[in-house]
Ligand binder design. Structure first.
Ligand code: ATP
Ligand code: MG
Length: 244
């Protein structure tokens, strides 16, 4: 995240949240993040409130399972969009190096200039190779621009981490037979429901966690984990309502 928030004191109770917003606004100004990305972030913030803005146990379990699947994969790829590049540019590059994955820029609203700016942002943070600038392949079942992906990256991947992904594309990747891992604060989104592993956590916490956590090496049922996440949210709301 950027450190240009001179006017927001660190003591502000919502400092971290405001810092994230500032990074995204800067992302838009720099041509990295789309306007729609700001709206997506707002939806994420709402769900983050419901889990208390911390990594809950179901998220921790999903993060550990994700680490396991990625390190066991033959061709794991991390997909990077404008929100990811604005919020965790350094951390996502580090995660790719830690877990030995490829990085590919993949946008919902594909604009070549934005793709190359995101690639630049990743390279400025130490990325050696970034895929997605000249995509040769198409994900079947999607309209032209959203389908584009690189041959060496997403197209031939076996495990793909698609944080903050659109539901349609997550589903199309599943249909290609890939193991789909997502980071998505909304446990009800289509992406969350269709993924093999859904990490219901803020990406600013999930990515550093995945660099620290040991792999799970245990059975994992994504539906069961999502159910527990929803129950956690509803019980937390019930407890909070009793405190008011
Ligand atoms: P879907 O298409 O899967 O039904 P959607 O249309 O609601 O979902 P998209 O805009 O396609 O959502 O994807 C963005 C998703 O990312 C949203 O579910 C949002 O809650 C989530 N999100 C936004 N910001 C963050 C963040 N910082 N960390 C984790 N998840 C986030
Ligand atoms: Mg969507």
């Amino acid at each position: 995240m950027t450190d240009n928030m001179t006017d927001i004191p660190k003591s502000h109770p919502r400092y971290l949240s405001l810092k994230m917003r500032e990074s995204l606004v800067k992302g838009v100004e720099d041509g990295i993040t789309s306007m729609a990305g700001l709206i997506a972030h707002g939806r994420g913030e709402m769900f983050d409130y419901l889990i208390g803005e911390e990594t809950i146990s179901t998220a921790e379990r999903a993060e550990k399972k994700a680490v396991e699947e990625i390190i066991e994969a033959k061709n794991p790829v991390i997909s990077v969009n404008g929100n990811v590049a604005a919020l965790v540019p350094k951390e996502i590059v580090e995660l790719g190096k830690t877990l030995d994955t490829k990085l590919e820029v993949n946008l919902f609203h594909r604009i070549p200039e934005r793709v190359s700016k995101i690639k630049g942002a990743l390279e400025n943070n130490g990325a050696e190779e970034v895929f997605g600038l000249e995509p040769e392949e198409k994900i079947p079942g999607l309209d032209h621009k959203r389908a584009l992906c690189s041959h060496e990256g997403i197209y031939t991947s076996d495990v793909v981490l698609v944080p903050l992904e659109d539901g349609d594309r997550a589903e199309a990747l599943k249909k290609m037979g890939k193991k789909v891992i997502t980071i998505d604060l909304n446990p009800l989104s289509r992406t969350s429901r269709v993924a093999d592993i859904t990490i219901v956590d803020n990406i600013v916490r999930a990515v550093p966690n995945m660099m620290e956590f040991e792999p799970l090496y245990d059975d994992f049922d994504n539906d069961e984990n999502l159910k527990k996440t929803l129950l956690f949210m509803s019980e937390r709301l019930k407890n909070l309502s009793e405190e008011i």
